[in-house]
Design a protein around this ligand. Structure first.
Ligand SMILES: C[S@@+](CC[C@H](N)C(=O)[O-])C[C@H]1O[C@@H](n2cnc3c(N)ncnc32)[C@H](O)[C@@H]1O
Length: 276
């Protein structure tokens, strides 16, 4: 293999970047001068904009996730614009869409949906794609996140279905058929020990769930039943070790537990509640 490729792979490996071959290929392709896909085995340096490549490589060597460098992350059936102002949408969160589809089998339903802490807008947009007549309100406390969600909604021409609002659930008084949320759920202490990729490159406001990580669930247990229609559902993501605590927190609410689902590591990550 070409020395340029070998040297750069060496740099990535030295900095303990997982999957260096995959990342190198992505960075080369995002700095290519021509249309053709760049392949490591027959690489030629004239095919790339070297300055652009070196800038992107130095960001990756500093542990910045590829998604933040190329401003793109896939979720459900779409690619989303992401940057330092929004959490990268993650595969475990896709289960929220999956569970919504199991509950509301008629995709033509005129559902009223609330997405709390929308971030990039990934959940709201994916639900809008699946439920074409849904009327969705997506809220976030972060002005910067709202701007990114707005960009993604505009790119996908979904403004007719999704309204954005910079607010918290305290200001929400309408009633919904479906409420979804992937709230911040890390305990403040956990934030000190998470990977550099998360600690340095994901927004703090998207991670911090208070001292024990459970603040949002306590708030939800009080407020959510009041903003659900009589046969509505509530689907939330939780941290990998929060299932028992969350069940206890919600046991004092009027919500009825329906089911939990696990991620690929067999951790309980999604809980479904209903009003009735
Ligand atoms: C874990 S991220 C989830 C982002 C996106 N929904 C996803 O699943 O990829 C949590 C989001 O909640 C927002 N947030 C934090 N505190 C909030 C609050 N009190 N009210 C509404 N949104 C809040 C953050 O700005 C962040 O965008």
């Amino acid at each position: 293999m070409n020395d340029f490729i070998l040297n750069n792979l060496k740099k990535l490996k030295k900095n303990k970047i997982p999957n260096p071959e995959i990342d190198l290929r992505i960075l080369l392709n995002y700095s290519k001068k021509f249309k053709n896909e760049i392949i490591l085995s027959n690489f030629n340096i004239n095919k790339i904009n070297l300055k652009k490549f070196n800038m992107m490589l130095s960001r990756r060597l500093a542990n910045e996730p590829i998604s933040k460098i190329i401003n793109k992350k896939s979720f459900w059936k779409d690619d989303f614009y992401v940057d330092k102002f929004v959490l990268d949408p993650r595969p475990e969160t896709e289960t929220i869409i999956d569970e919504s589809l199991k509950i509301f089998c008629n995709k033509k339903n005129n559902l009223k949906i609330l997405d709390i802490g929308t971030g990039s807008g990934a959940i709201a947009i994916s639900l809008a794609r699946e439920f074409e007549n849904a009327d969705i309100l997506a809220i976030d406390i972060s002005e910067d996140a709202i701007k990114i969600a707005n960009k993604n909604i505009t790119d996908k021409k979904l403004h007719n279905q999704i309204k954005l609002k910079k607010t918290t659930i305290n200001d929400i008084n309408e009633k919904f058929d479906l409420i979804v949320s992937n709230p911040p759920y890390l305990a403040t202490k956990e934030l000190e020990n998470i990977s550099l990729e998360i600690r340095n490159f994901e927004p703090f406001v998207s991670l911090d769930g208070g001292e024990d990580g459970l603040n949002f669930y306590r708030e939800f247990a009080k407020k959510i039943p009041k903003i659900m229609k009589s046969n509505a559902y509530f689907i939330i993501e939780i941290g990998a070790k929060q299932y028992d605590d969350c069940r206890e927190i919600f046991s004092v609410s009027s919500l009825k537990f329906q089911k939990k689902t696990q991620d690929l590591q067999k951790k309980d990550r999604i809980i479904v509640f209903s009003k009735l």
